[in-house]
Write a protein that binds this ligand. Structure first.
Ligand SMILES: Cc1cc2nc3c(=O)[nH]c(=O)nc-3n(C[C@H](O)[C@H](O)[C@H](O)COP(=O)(O)OP(=O)(O)OC[C@H]3O[C@@H](n4cnc5c(N)ncnc54)[C@H](O)[C@@H]3O)c2cc1C
Length: 301
């Protein structure tokens, strides 16, 4: 369970006391505010706070007084224009603060995104919970034979059972040792900041992660992508759903131009033009490397 009944009661209490505000409010985001979205076996994503909505993007782009909205369709068109032409600062006017509970090895990938503000649960100050990520059977896969950075066939039978046993046993044993070292029963008890060091990377940590919409889109483009590791991708996909509800026009433009769109190099544009005019273009006469050509063919057939 990602949250306890007591934590759920705190969330319910927060949601039960709305306050009137003059600030921009996104009805879609209000529905998510404070709610815990479960991710993986013990993880979660929830929105703690946010600033702005779709209108805030166009308001900033026009440097308007008041809401500055001309019409809803006008706003949508402007947002699409801004996204299409890589204008970033109007999207930076919206911000969101997430509470994320995630395995440490996922946190290591996540923290590489430097354009956010982070505050992590202190394992120097507090004792970590006995919560470890154990992959679901369908995620327990062998090393990929085609992609060094990926997984292939799902493990089966005895091998799958053995791997799960090892993961569970190692997690429990290291947590038992963690508790034994911390214990002040008949001994001084090792400092929390030291006792944590033998805990495995599948233990859960938590943080508050605040980011503007432009950099959130950048994060989601990289981490909701099929090339991203499944574990971080599930978080990104949950956040995609939340962002869609928060800023529907901006998210639709992001989905269209970034998630679903494709970038072409000058050589790619040239190859496509030559193909459209009926020429047979091959890797050899395209000027592209083998890797580029593979990706070009995968995209364009
Ligand atoms: C599928 C995948 C595989 C990966 N594999 C590896 C790997 O094997 N090893 C590894 O080390 N990393 C790996 N990474 C991490 C990757 O290289 C980036 O560090 C990570 O995705 C963060 O991207 P970013 O720097 O664009 O994002 P952010 O840090 O959020 O930055 C956003 C943008 O802000 C700008 N910016 C931010 N900080 C600076 C700065 N100090 N100077 C200049 N510009 C800045 C850049 O334009 C940057 O693109 C991988 C990422 C993905 C998605």
């Amino acid at each position: 369970m990602p949250i306890t009944p007591e934590q759920q009661a705190q969330i319910d209490e927060q949601r039960a006391s709305p306050r009137p505000t003059l600030r921009a409010v996104s009805p879609g985001m209000e529905a998510h505010l404070y709610q815990a979205h479960p991710v993986l076996d013990h993880g979660l994503v929830r929105v703690i706070d946010y600033m702005g909505d779709d209108a805030a993007i166009t308001q900033a782009a026009r440097v308007s007084y008041g809401r500055g909205t001309k019409s809803v369709s006008n706003d949508e068109g402007l947002i699409r224009y801004l996204m299409r032409h890589w204008h970033s600062t109007p999207f930076e006017m919206c911000e969101v603060k997430f509470h994320v509970k995630l395995p440490v090895f996922v946190a290591r990938q996540w923290i590489r995104h430097r354009t956010a503000n982070v505050n992590e649960y202190s394992a120097r100050y507090s004792i970590l919970d006995r919560e470890f990520y154990i992959p679901a059977p369908e995620q327990l896969a062998a090393q990929s034979t085609v992609n060094n950075q990926g997984r292939g066939q799902v493990l089966e039978g005895d091998e799958a059972a053995r791997v799960l046993d090892i993961l569970r046993e190692d997690a429990m044993r290291s947590y038992d040792h963690y508790e034994a070292m911390l214990s002040q029963d008949g001994q001084q008890g090792l400092a929390r900041e030291l006792a944590r060091m033998n805990l495995p990377a599948n233990i859960y940590t938590q943080w508050y992660w605040k980011v503007d919409l432009h950099n959130l889109f950048h994060f989601l483009r990289l981490r909701a992508d099929a090339h991203a590791q499944y574990e971080i991708r599930t978080y990104a996909e949950t956040m995609c759903g939340i962002t869609r509800d928060w800023v529907p026009f901006a998210y639709a433009a992001f989905e269209d131009y970034r998630l679903g769109g494709m970038q072409l190099s000058a050589k790619g544009v040239e190859a496509l033009k030559r193909r459209l005019s009926g020429e047979t273009v091959t890797q050899e006469n395209s000027g592209m490397s083998k890797g580029e050509w593979r990706e070009f063919e995968a995209a364009w057939g």
